[in-house]
Write a protein that binds this ligand. Structure first.
Ligand SMILES: [Zn+2]
Length: 440
């Protein structure tokens, strides 16, 4: 007979306390997966918690088990006991589970009277460390809201769980051997608010290293302060876009590194210019009473031809018949793709000059603006050819997409802190606290 199952709803319906044997069985499970040297599980029972049946398990110190000072983590003599605290554990078969424990205080020779340290929870947190890891694990697959719903907890608790795991990971990660970084920015929330993200882009270790508010000189200076002088001096490659504050700081703090303006950011600039040309021309055509040939043409002009759908392909073929500014801008952008295929920086440089000259004669203002920027940063752009083999330019782009998905997915992000924690959790490749049992 499955005694263990009796522990469930039927037993509850009768308001019966589980028998000695049933208690043993739940405690046996706990001892299998969540056992501590100096503490033992005592009683397990159902209680009513605001109309919800929950399981409470009493924890007591082992006889002769000495308490540990939470400050210096050394054993110390007992001072007194505080009132009972409830620590939430992983739910079992739809029942929320709580560990109950009378916290002790110790009189530490070094630190004075302090609360003891318990191995299942940290600080004043209500959730056990194990439960926080459990929630954080699911938060990597689901949105925080979905995790909260799935395990009948709150968004805030999921946030605190992820925050705990991220903090642990940040404190325990290895920052040695970083030789290549990519600096990127993403817009978050409306109203031109930016986050600066710094990634490690070494082939053997790619991860989000750091997040800062804004994209100013100060922002990036804070990153280098975090990285420290010794590690900054060991950088060999830095990838970034042409954003002036970044360029300035990188030159100052990692001048020895080969600074590369990466392809993804340059292509993004060209696409933005095409978008401007197209939008302006579309408006003009409408004003002048022409047929709206540019309607629904945005993606035809922005996507690479090989990525177009059949419908978009037909639309593009149609557009190319017209002598439109948008079409000329598009052709110039497509030509620029040839640039990346060069092997020799010298030939690539000659290509760049010719391309810029053509654009400057094009009378397409947004495109001319890009050409001017490209001319001004020619040496840094040509560094791409020197770094081509060492750093993969797709890395920052890939991270950029994931970062956008992460911030979008979590519509619950009301604060910068929440966005920061979610990004580290999703992209930081952080180590996790050790567990003796895999709960998920
Ligand atoms: Zn102490």
């Amino acid at each position: 007979m499955h005694r263990l199952l009796d522990f469930g709803k039927e037993a509850l319906a009768k308001h019966a306390q589980p028998s000695q044997r049933q208690q043993m069985q739940l405690i046996t499970i706990l001892n299998r997966c969540h056992k501590f040297k100096s503490f033992v599980y005592k009683k397990a029972r159902f209680v009513d918690d605001q109309g919800d049946s929950v399981i409470e398990v009493t924890v007591v110190p082992r006889r002769n088990g000495q308490a540990i000072c939470s400050q210096c983590e050394r054993t110390a003599p007992l001072y007194d006991r505080l009132k009972e605290r409830r620590f939430e554990f992983i739910p079992l078969w739809g029942f929320r589970v709580f560990l109950l424990y009378l916290m002790r205080r110790v009189e530490c020779a070094q630190c004075g009277v302090k609360v003891e340290k318990v191995p299942w929870a940290s600080g004043k947190r209500e959730l056990t460390d194990t439960y926080m890891q459990f929630l954080a694990h699911w938060a990597q697959k689901l949105s925080w809201q979905e995790v909260a719903l799935s395990f009948r907890t709150s968004w805030e608790k999921v946030f605190h769980a992820v925050e705990y795991v991220v903090q642990w990971g940040l404190a325990h990660r290895d920052l040695s051997a970083i030789t290549a970084i990519g600096v990127d920015e993403i817009a978050w929330r409306k109203g031109h608010k930016y986050l600066t993200l710094v990634y490690q882009i070494d082939a053997n270790n790619m991860r989000l290293l750091w997040i800062g508010k804004d994209r100013t000189v100060k922002t990036l200076l804070r990153f280098f302060r975090f990285l420290g002088e010794a590690r900054s001096r060991r950088l060999q490659y830095v990838c970034s876009d042409m954003w002036k504050p970044y360029l300035k700081v990188i030159q100052k703090k990692a001048g020895q590194a080969l600074h590369v303006l990466d392809r993804f950011h340059i292509v993004a600039k060209l696409n933005k210019a095409i978008d401007e040309v197209r939008a302006g021309e579309h408006r003009q055509l409408q004003q002048d009473g022409y047929e709206p040939v540019l309607k629904h043409s945005r993606w035809c002009l922005l996507k690479r031809p090989e990525h177009l759908t059949e419908k978009q392909e037909a639309k593009l073929a149609d557009l190319l018949q017209y002598n439109l500014k948008s079409v000329r801008a598009y052709l110039l952008k497509e030509d620029f793709n040839g640039f990346w295929d060069y092997v020799s920086p010298a030939w690539a440089g000659k290509f760049l000059d010719r391309w810029c000259t053509r654009v400057m004669r094009s009378k397409l203002e947004p495109m001319k603006k890009v050409a001017k920027t490209i001319r001004a940063h020619k040496p840094l752009i040509l560094n791409w050819f020197k770094a081509k083999k060492a750093v993969s330019s797709g890395v920052v782009e890939g991270f950029n997409n994931k970062a956008k998905v992460t911030t979008k997915k979590a519509y619950g992000f009301r604060t910068y802190r929440a966005a920061e924690i979610a990004l580290y959790h999703a992209l930081g490749k952080l180590p996790t606290p050790p567990m003796t049992h895999r709960f998920c």
